[in-house]
Structure formats: structure tokens, C-alpha cells
Design a protein around this ligand. Structure first.
Ligand code: AMP
Length: 411
């Protein structure tokens, strides 16, 4: 026998029993975000590689190690999108959205691809909900976005929710802080992981993100950007905190949070669930006031977050669910054509209805009706009469063909 295929490592099939819980997350997000004035945007699954190299940052793990990049038949380098924000920023510029009233508020839902080491809650293809507000530097935007993320996770009943916030300052304050951090890292060079050491000059902030224990111990004592915020950055952070306080949100201030992408400025935040532990973020985001400019546009402040759908489902312990049928139509062989016509009629009336498509005998069809959890079965007899069977009580009686739909709907 030929070898069977399996889904590629780090990917998974979504089966019907699991699809309902996932669809509910998307529907909940759609409802919440549309109500808050966010419009839906979709972007292509692949983009020019250069968009991510420039947008996400050449020294990030995503660009260095995790992109699915290949040449198309025309010799162009393309990449399966590893994140959504760069694509959304590209679309904002490409469609001249800077001419619309600002900020432009967008939400996005779809699969992303990162060549990571697969483990619990970490996949090579996963699904994100992204929410972005482009074109305003107001702390109100930061607060609105954080509140929406909090609201979504609460509606979905994520247990033990923890919000952490920080600030990475502006590029100028970061430039002033950088030599201090580099000097600190040089002083502790021998205690740092190899890849952190290699990036001290290129991207010292990444050291805060290291999974290496010894590096983490060094970074726990490191000077943070949060301690060095200058006037306007500090004011901005205070304003965001005040708005969150007013809204009654509790949060931890965390100066060591740098996030995995280079484009962030000022506010950054992450949501965790005690259920999945502190290493696994459910959602994260922040300001990216420089990204649009980095992609060739005018200087444009922006802010956004992304939530991992698989991780949310993991945190809420979503289980597989079968949706039972309302009606099963069982038919003697001579009545099969009538059965299909009746099923179509019942489906049009909004009833979840099925029939036998495998040539089962009457006994087999009744067993199938049980298996799909139908609450009622219609039995089409050879003489053309129809019997309605209540599957719970077992009660069975003849119904008029023209009254079948009405009868079932009232039940
Ligand atoms: P990021 O774009 O890295 O800030 O990630 C935002 C969110 O996407 C995270 O908080 C996770 O919920 C989710 N996420 C990121 N990478 C993965 C992955 N490899 N597998 C599953 N979910 C992920």
C-alpha cells in the first residue's frame, strides 16, 4: 500500500466538530469590532518578501528564521505572511487611506505562517485576529484598542486573564537609551545566550525576549526603556494608564516587554491567561508610529493588536461539539426522489435536515437518524403517506404532506 500523507509538521486540520467553537470566536469578534467602527479588511496570503524584511525588521526572529520564503516562477521572492500588520499598512498606503478621516480602523482575520518549533499552542500555520487603528497618536486609541481586546477575551470567558503593559518610548528616546543597554549587555556578555550576544549591536532590545534562563536572569536587572521615558513619552504612557484605570481595568506594568517585532513605539501590551502560563501570550500589540514611514509613506502614527485564535480556544478549553439535526427524512426506495424534494423544502424553511445518501434500508435509515441526533424523523411510505416520528417519545403518527413543514416548525 502506498504511504499515506499527513498534514505538514506544525499544521493541523480543522474538523467539523471543532469548527463551531472557532466560528463562534470569529463571530464574536466581528460583532464587537463592527460595533466599535472597525471595518473588515483582507489581504493576500503572500506578499513580496521585502515588505516583511523592511516592515517586521531584518533582525527579528520572524525574518531571520521563521519565514516561508520562496521564488515564484517569475523569479520574484515571495513570502507566506508571518504577520498581518505589515500587509495592512501596505494596503493603507496602496489604497490612499491616508486621505480618509483618521484614524482608519480595520480588523483582519486569517491564517499566518511561521517556521517555528511546533509545541503546545505554537504552530507553523495559525490563525490571528488583527485589529488596527492607523492615523492617530492619541492615547485614547491605545486605550480603546486595549479595552476592546479585554472585552473580547472576557466575552469569550478566557479564565485568569492578565494584562501587562509597557512603553518602548519613541525612536529618539530609544536611541538615547540604547548605548546604556549595549554597555550593560557587554558587561554581562559571558552570561548571555549565543544569539543574544551576536545581536548586541544590531538589536540589543531583543535580549529581553530571550527564552534562555541565564539571559533572563541578566535581563531582570537590566535598565529598561520604561525607566528612561522622556517628557512626551512619559505623558503618553501616563495618559493611557489613566484611561485604563478609569475603565476599571487591572494591569501589570512591565518594563521588560519588548514584543517580537521591531516596529513598536511607545505603548506595548500583552494578554495572558493563567491557564496557559506566562510564556504564552494570547494577544499582543502596541503602537507602531514609524511603520508606515518605513514602508515609504508619510509619517503616520498607528496602533494595533493581534490575538491567536488557537490559543484562545486552548485557554477556554473549547471542546468538540456535534450539532444535532432537527429532522431526518427516511424513505423507502420508491420514495427517494420525493425525499430529496422534501428535504430541500425543509432546509429552505430553516430546519437542519438530512437524508440517507448511502442506500441504507429502512432500519439502517432509522439508526442513522438516531446517530445524527435528529429530534424528528419523517418516514415516506411506499403508498405516498408520511409519518412523523418524535425520536424522544417514540410517538409516531401520519401527517398531511402539505402540513409537514408547518408542523415541524411549530415543534
Ligand atoms: P505576535 O504577532 O507574535 O505578536 O503574536 C500575536 C499572537 O498570535 C500571540 O499572542 C499568539 O496568540 C498568536 N501566535 C503567534 N505565534 C503563534 C504560533 N506560532 N502559533 C500559534 N499562535 C501564535
Amino acid at each position: 500500500m502506498a504511504d499515506r500523507f499527513q498534514a505538514p509538521r506544525g499544521t493541523a486540520d480543522l474538523l467539523p466538530a471543532d469548527a463551531a467553537a472557532r466560528a463562534r470566536v470569529e463571530a464574536t469578534a466581528r460583532e464587537l469590532l463592527e460595533r466599535a467602527g472597525y471595518g473588515c479588511i483582507e489581504t493576500p496570503v503572500f506578499e513580496d518578501t521585502e515588505l516583511f524584511a523592511r516592515g517586521v525588521g531584518a533582525s527579528t526572529d520572524i525574518v531571520r528564521k521563521e519565514m516561508f520564503t520562496f521564488e515564484d516562477k517569475g523569479g520574484r521572492s515571495i513570502t507566506l505572511r508571518p504577520e498581518a500588520t505589515a500587509s495592512i499598512a501596505r494596503a493603507y498606503l496602496e489604497h490612499g487611506m491616508q486621505k480618509l478621516p483618521q484614524p482608519v480602523k480595520l480588523w483582519w482575520y486569517g491564517p499566518l505562517f511561521r517556521h517555528e518549533r511546533p509545541q503546545a499552542g505554537r504552530f507553523r500555520q495559525f490563525t490571528q485576529l488583527d485589529v488596527e487603528a492607523i492615523g492617530s497618536d492619541s492615547p485614547l486609541v491605545d486605550a480603546e484598542l486595549i479595552l476592546l481586546c479585554d472585552e473580547l477575551l472576557r466575552i469569550l470567558e478566557v479564565p485568569e486573564l492578565v494584562l501587562r503593559i509597557g512603553s518602548l518610548g519613541s525612536p529618539e528616546t530609544r536611541a538615547a537609551y540604547r548605548p546604556e543597554l549595549v554597555a550593560y549587555l557587554r558587561d554581562h556578555e559571558t552570561e548571555l545566550a549565543r544569539d543574544v550576544r551576536d545581536r548586541i549591536d544590531e538589536n540589543p532590545l531583543r535580549a529581553f525576549d530571550s527564552k534562555d534562563e541565564s539571559t533572563q536572569a541578566v535581563m531582570a536587572e537590566a535598565p529598561t526603556m520604561l525607566d528612561r521615558l522622556d517628557g512626551e513619552d512619559a505623558e503618553h504612557f501616563t495618559a493611557v494608564r489613566r484611561l485604563l484605570d478609569q475603565a476599571g481595568l487591572t494591569y501589570e506594568v512591565d518594563g521588560t516587554m519588548v514584543r517580537g517585532l521591531d516596529y513598536y513605539t511607545r505603548t506595548v501590551f500583552e494578554f495572558h491567561s493563567g491557564r496557559l502560563g506566562p510564556e504564552v501570550a494570547l494577544a499582543g500589540g502596541g503602537r507602531y508610529d514609524r511603520l508606515i514611514e518605513l514602508l515609504g509613506g508619510p509619517s503616520t502614527p498607528a496602533n494595533g493588536w493581534a490575538a491567536g485564535i488557537e490559543r484562545i480556544l486552548l485557554a477556554i478549553g473549547a471542546t468538540a461539539e456535534e450539532r444535532p439535526h432537527d429532522v431526518f427524512v427516511a424513505a423507502e426506495d420508491s420514495q427517494r426522489e420525493r425525499a430529496l424534494a422534501l428535504v430541500t423544502q425543509l432546509r429552505r424553511a430553516g430546519l437542519r435536515t438530512d437524508l440517507d445518501l448511502a442506500g441504507r434500508g429502512m432500519k439502517g435509515q432509522m439508526r442513522q437518524a438516531d446517530r445524527v441526533g435528529a429530534s424528528h424523523t419523517l418516514i415516506l411510505d411506499p403508498d405516498g403517506s408520511i409519518q412523523l416520528r418524535d425520536m424522544r417519545s417514540g410517538e409516531q403518527r401520519v401527517v398531511q404532506a402539505e402540513r409537514v413543514v408547518e408542523e415541524l416548525i411549530t415543534r
